[in-house]
Design a protein. Structure first.
Length: 297
């Protein structure tokens, strides 16, 4: 029994005759008659009572008609679903985003544009620091990541620069720095700093340290936070001051004042979009293409 035969069978039932059904399915009457006969032989039962006025369903034929309609409908839905998956218009994309950039308008805008274009694709967004993102990208448990990299030369990954960023100084609103901002980093040599662990984001950590070495600046670190949100919370509590990506200022954090310093403006901290080129997910490929369009636009 083939879907083609079921399609012919349903046409004969609904049209009431071989001649009318042959016009509907666009095959000759003898060929259609033969297909119905083959279907009956395959099922080893009569499907129609044939008489001078036409054809009438047997009890077995009525049962097959009901089942055939359901089977053909499921087949149509399945083909449409598979086609949509192949085109990336349904499915899901797992995306890592650095904690700092969850609230950044450019990142939110990218996700929003993708959602508008592919409303049936679901996002699984994981707030992860760059180090864990790299690990999960390489092991294949993330489709893509928005993170800090030191360029696009990472084995097994492709990357595209998403947006520029620089550094800012974060101080408690109640501190003297908030009312009288420092003119340069040298004024902060005796300040207590809250810092992050290198393992959380090695590329980011090393880039910042290299920038400070060029400036001969050595912050006195007295507290550590697991990520930038934790660091900001500690700054708000008055435990110290911190130097963070400018994107951190997009996060609503009461009790903190963000300050710009010329020496921090010159530290380029670009954000990258990375993915595995061997990931054949059409939904991911559509996201990559949208990132390219955004960068080129």
């Amino acid at each position: 029994m083939e879907f083609r035969q079921l399609h012919y069978f349903v046409a004969v039932v609904e049209e009431g005759s071989i001649s009318a059904a042959s016009r509907r399915v666009h095959i000759a009457q003898p060929a259609l008659t033969r297909q119905i006969r083959l279907l009956e032989e395959d099922l080893d039962t009569r499907l129609f009572d044939r008489h001078a006025r036409g054809m009438r369903l047997t009890v077995a034929g009525q049962a097959l008609y009901e089942e055939a309609q359901a089977l053909l409908d499921r087949r149509t839905r399945l083909r449409a679903r598979l086609a949509s998956l192949g085109q990336g218009v349904i499915g899901k994309v797992s995306l890592g985003v650095t904690v700092t950039h969850l609230w950044v308008p450019e990142v939110a805008g990218l996700l929003g544009r993708y959602r508008d274009r592919y409303p049936q694709v679901a996002f699984e967004v994981f707030p992860l620091l760059s180090g864990p993102q790299l690990e999960r990208l390489r092991e294949g448990s993330l489709d893509a990541g928005i993170l800090y990299l030191d360029g696009d030369g990472h084995p097994g990954l492709e990357a595209r620069r998403l947006q520029p960023d620089h550094l800012l100084l974060a101080v408690p609103e109640a501190s003297s720095w908030a009312s009288a901002p420092p003119a340069n980093l040298a004024e902060l040599s005796d300040a207590d700093f809250v810092w992050g662990f290198r393992s959380a984001s090695p590329v980011y950590y090393d880039r910042v340290q290299a920038h400070f070495q060029r400036l001969d600046f050595h912050p006195r670190v007295v507290q550590y936070g697991a990520d930038n949100i934790a660091i900001l919370s500690m700054v708000a509590a008055g435990l110290g001051i911190a130097i963070l990506p400018a994107a951190s200022s997009c996060h609503p954090m009461p009790g903190i004042r963000f300050l710009r310093l010329p020496e921090l403006d010159t530290c380029d901290m670009p954000l990258w979009f990375a993915w595995r080129p061997d990931n054949d997910s059409p939904a991911l490929h559509n996201l990559v293409e949208l990132v390219r369009e955004t960068a080129e636009g």
